[in-house]
Design a protein around this ligand. Structure first.
Ligand code: IPM
Ligand code: MG
Length: 358
């Protein structure tokens, strides 16, 4: 039987709870589709700081590199807020993305039919459906430029550098063009080229590359306009490609349109089939340990893992279908309303239901 090595980084806050449910679903998918999974756990974020003093121990990088794919929960929490910037839990997350060269972050924002009422947008604005793929650059830009806290003219000052090289823009744009070709062949490149030099290079590069992809219709949009268009007419978007920070912000916005940030999965890919899979939401320390978190974003991240890293597309489809089915009868508190026609369930119950429906 095929066997896949999966590195599991639960992280902090609700991380262990949501990853626990996602692992249940992954194992059940293995039973049904005939593969075995071998899990190796490793530390990341605050949990790693507590054990080892640093948010990304060398051992964690080694474990991830030896695996076929990585499943990650979330990192961070108030407990580590007093850590210096260079040793915060978030540094562990950024560090593992960088160490594994996972420069392409795919964040699909879709509305599951049963959740149409959970979206804060009016039905006439959502239209038929919403199915957007945000392709976020993940290992460059202001996240990885020089960060300085110092002084200027005798007063405290701080600055962060946004830098993109041509090859960095080209490689993320290639991923986005390829995704658009497999979808509805529309690519919107989002920048702030009316202000930023990095954005001007970004726009020029994407414009040049568009000639190689005549089947893809390319448009450009300023990020402020995009933030507005997402809530005005989300159906206009197919694939969005953008920088690290703009992608961070726009994907949170898009997630809310789909009903809850607890619904959005993500895949972080490099040049090989290897990838890291994580929900886009954070560690939600306020609800950690209460068994009320929504595990669906992590479960849907497992589906992406099966599709992009493990070449098990049938299992991926089945998990997505089971999640959609589960939403017809069950909702975690983030997507529950008294008139939604479904029962309010816990994190564990949602995981069990998806497993059963698979
Ligand atoms: C995300 C998160 C991270 C990011 C944080 C936790 C560092 O917001 O994955 O979107 O900004 O990339
Ligand atoms: Mg974010």
């Amino acid at each position: 039987m095929k066997s896949y090595q999966i590195a599991v980084l639960e992280g902090d806050g609700i991380g262990p709870e949501i990853v626990g449910e996602a692992v249940k679903v992954l194992k059940k998918a293995g039973e049904r589709f005939g593969f075995n999974v071998e899990l190796t756990r490793a530390l990341l974020g605050g949990a790693a700081i507590d054990e080892t003093g640093v948010p990304l121990p060398e051992e964690t990088v080694t474990v991830c590199k030896a695996a076929d794919a990585v499943l990650l929960g979330a990192v961070g929490g108030p407990k580590w807020d007093s850590q210096p910037g260079a040793n915060r839990p978030e540094k562990g997350l950024l560090g593992i993305r960088k160490a594994l060269n996972l420069y392409a972050n795919l964040r699909p924002a879709v509305i599951f039919a049963p959740l149409r009422d959970a979206s804060p947008l009016k039905p006439e604005i959502i239209g038929e459906s919403m199915d957007i793929l945000i392709v976020r650059e993940l290992t460059g830009g202001i996240y990885f430029g020089e960060h300085t806290t110092g002084e200027e003219n005798g007063v405290p000052a701080a600055w962060d550098v946004e830098k993109y090289s041509l090859p960095e823009i080209e490689r993320i744009a290639r991923v986005a063009f390829a995704m658009a070709q497999k979808r509805n062949k529309r690519l919107c490149s989002v920048d702030k080229s009316n202000v930023l030099d990095t954005s001007r290079l970004w726009r020029k590069t994407v414009t040049e590359m568009a000639k190689e992809y005549p089947d893809v219709e390319v448009t450009h949009m300023y990020v402020d306009n995009c933030a507005m268009q997402l809530v005005r007419n989300p159906a206009q978007f197919d694939v969005i490609v953008t920088s690290n920070m703009f992608g961070d912000i726009l994907s949170d916005e898009a997630s809310m349109i789909s009903g809850s940030i607890g619904m959005l999965a993500s895949a972080s890919l490099g040049d090989s089939g290897f990838g890291l899979y994580e929900p886009i939401h954070g560690s939600a320390p306020d609800i950690a340990g209460q068994n009320v978190a929504n595990p669906l974003a992590t479960i849907l991240s497992v589906a992406m893992m099966l599709r992009y890293s493990l070449d098990e597309p049938a299992a991926a489809d089945a998990i997505e279908a089971a999640c959609a089915k589960a939403l017809e009868t069950a909702r975690t508190p983030d997507i529950y309303t008294p008139d939604c026609g479904a029962a309010k369930v816990t994190c564990t119950e949602m995981g069990d239901l998806v497993t059963k429906l698979l």
